[in-house]
Design a protein around this ligand. Sequence first.
Ligand code: AHG
Ligand code: MN
Ligand code: MN
Length: 283
Amino acid sequence: MKTIFETIKTIAFEIDNAIKTSDLGYSNSENSSGEDQLKLDVQSDIIIEKAFASVSVVKNLVSEEKEGVLELNDLGTYTICYDPLDGSSLVDVNLSVGSIFGIYEGELKGSNLVASAYVVYGPRIELVIAEHNQKPVLYRAVGNTFKEIGTVTLGKKGKLNAPGGTQAHWSDVHKKYIDALFSDGYRLRYSGGMVPDLHQILLKGGGMFSYPGTTDKPNGKLRQLFEVIPFAFMYEQAGGQAIDDKGMRLMELVPSHPHDTSPCFFGSNSEILKLKELYGMKN
Ligand code: AHG
Ligand code: MN
Ligand code: MN
């Protein structure tokens, strides 16, 4: 596992360099979710594929930017499911973006995730790694290495609200929930990049990030293997919770296709409790 984390550190510097120096236009292709790919999406995907190709414990790679599974080493143990550049459409307005990695052993489902990591490319490069039975660890790039900063813990109740999805397509109960948070004094913090938005809530001690099912996207937008499950694990390890719109832990998701999405809610305990009450979920 250590080799995988070291490889992610190398990848982080390479993608950061690509973001700062490469052409920002569109490529001539779209990804499996039918979205136009930016040249930077494709370039980041290639950086990651090349970096893991020589890591023998990695059996397979599954990328948000590719259809299907890429087999690397028959004798490897882990499958890495990754979003090479999350929020890539924000690069041209110079907002923060990220990379997300879910490391699975065996069948690709939430309960088989053994570790997750994400990188934030912002004013500084930051990396957070989560493993079982310990708090996530934050690293910050200093020069050309990562310095360990400390562990990440969510408070019981936060102050930030990051509500995703198109508001005109929210359900009535979801509108009521978001309004209830604002009435309780929560402040809007939403950039449109799930990595910096979830990172801000984690580092500021708590809050709620939601991307619900909507009338135009009944299963939400965010992808289970690359986005939802890796962050669900992060939030649980940090002392928070991550559930879907029925109250099921996102760590229990079993995708039937690598690109399946799920409605998702990530927060500290108080916001999740309020969500369950208002949505009428069973505890
Ligand atoms: P990606 O750039 O990998 O396709 O993902 C972007 C995601 C996520 O970062 C963000 O929370 C969400 O898309 C926002 O989507 P909409 O603005 O379309 O709601
Ligand atoms: Mn993404
Ligand atoms: Mn992406």
